[in-house]
Design a protein. Structure first.
Lengths: 192, 213
């Protein structure tokens, strides 16, 4: 690894509602690497992702991350009334990225002018991933990115992740599914 | 920041939400003369105060949709991971909220004053008072919206939280319409409003952060 890692956990522990989800977690994610987090429901996969994103302060330990990150979790964060194109455009405008490249990568060009509230579950998931792609952030944090995706969508997701890693990006994904990527490492969280 | 304010304005304009406080304000102004009767001196004496009360309640109406939809949709999270602080988000919301209800309310005050038969000089003072007071009302609405985000049945709770805090604005706002103490009333109104506006981004920002965990 040449440069500084894009994400580094040092001895991180996470408490949620008085319950210890994980502790003593060390991990490092550099350019082109991908970490797949697996584990049963409630093991703390989403909390790990949110801790990595800085949305959840770790109970112990330190988390370092690069400046620009992109997060796709269960919340879509797109304005329901806008067309998909414009809703993605809002975030792409903030990030200095391009909404079109995200929509293209996830096969959404055809429905670019459909209002977000009309999208199906799978299309919403694709849109969330398109928002991540459009951000051009080096570190992707994906929480169950394949939920609700059809086989075509899963292929597009795997392709997008591979392309992102080829360009030096890193991916931290939590999923029950293999996501069609070859993770540099896997981390299995145990239920406690 | 500009993008955030524009987004707030767009959200306020979408679905006719922006009209609700205005319609409410005018509705009160229409009903009030029916309730107290067409006695002109009485209307002139009480009308201004009634309009202030209507403005206060109108400001409370949109408080629920200021923060909660963005919290639920993950928009605040997405802004936070882009390094935009909750205080900045709150400030953008404050500016957007005021722009979407303050100036329209001032315009609506003109027909409302006509319905009460308020003299022109009183209308001028009402307008100036609204200009000074509505930012404070917007700040209160934002704080209450942020504090109650994530709770169920926030409508009544928001009212209970906000109305006591809004009493100073109501007192000083209505006092600017009285015979004496107009200048002093304006100054105190401006001071209360300024204080609320200064505190709101920090209080609302902290509430948004607290709502996350």
């Amino acid at each position: 690894m040449s440069a500084a890692p894009l994400l580094r956990f040092e001895n991180v522990g996470c408490l949620r509602g008085g319950r210890l989800l994980f502790e003593g977690l060390d991990l490092e994610l550099g350019e082109g690497e991908a970490l797949l987090v697996t584990g049963p429901n409630g093991a703390g996969k989403s909390s790990l992702i949110r801790t990595a994103a800085g949305l959840l302060p770790p109970a112990v330990g330190t988390v370092q991350r690069c400046d620009r990150i992109a997060l796709a979790d269960e919340a879509l964060a797109l304005d329901e009334r806008l067309t998909l194109e414009r809703a993605l455009g809002f975030w792409a405008g903030l990030d200095g990225g391009g909404a079109a490249e995200g929509m293209e990568a996830m096969g959404l060009i055809r429905i670019a002018r459909v209002p977000v509230r009309m999208l199906s579950t799978g299309q919403r998931k694709r849109a969330a991933i398109a928002r991540v792609i459009a951000s051009r952030a080096p570190l992707w944090l994906l929480d169950e990115p394949a939920n609700g995706l059809d086989s075509d969508g899963q292929l597009l997701l795997a392709g997008a992740i591979a392309e992102h890693r080829r360009q030096g990006g890193a991916v931290l994904a939590a999923s029950h599914q293999p996501l069609g990527m070859e993770p540099s490492r896997t981390l299995e969280l145990k239920a406690r | 920041m500009t993008a955030l304010i524009l987004r707030e304005l767009r959200l306020a304009g979408a679905g006719g939400h922006a009209w609700l406080p205005l319609v409410f304000f005018l509705l009160v102004a229409t009903l009030f003369p029916f309730a107290v009767g067409p006695d002109k001196p009485l209307l002139v004496r009480t009308g201004g105060g009634a309009l202030w009360m209507a403005a206060l309640l109108a400001a409370l109406l949109p408080a629920e949709r200021l923060v909660e939809p963005d919290r639920a949709a993950g928009v605040i999270d997405q802004l936070a991971i882009r390094g935009i602080s909750e205080e900045t988000i709150a400030l953008a919301k404050l500016i957007g909220h005021w722009l979407s209800f303050g100036p329209p309310l001032m315009v609506a005050a003109i027909p409302a004053a006509a319905l009460m038969d308020l003299p022109g000089e009183l209308l001028q003072r009402l307008e100036l008072g609204l200009l000074l007071g509505t930012p404070g009302l917007a700040a209160l609405g934002l704080m209450v919206g942020a504090l109650t985000a994530g709770f169920r049945g926030t409508g009544a709770l928001g009212g209970l939280l906000m109305l006591p805090l809004a009493v100073p604005i109501l007192i000083f706002g209505a006092s600017t319409l009285g015979e004496d103490g107009q200048i002093g009333g304006m100054k105190l109104l401006a001071a209360v409003s300024l204080l609320l506006v200064a505190v709101a981004p920090f209080a609302a920002g902290a509430a948004m952060r607290a709502a996350r965990s």
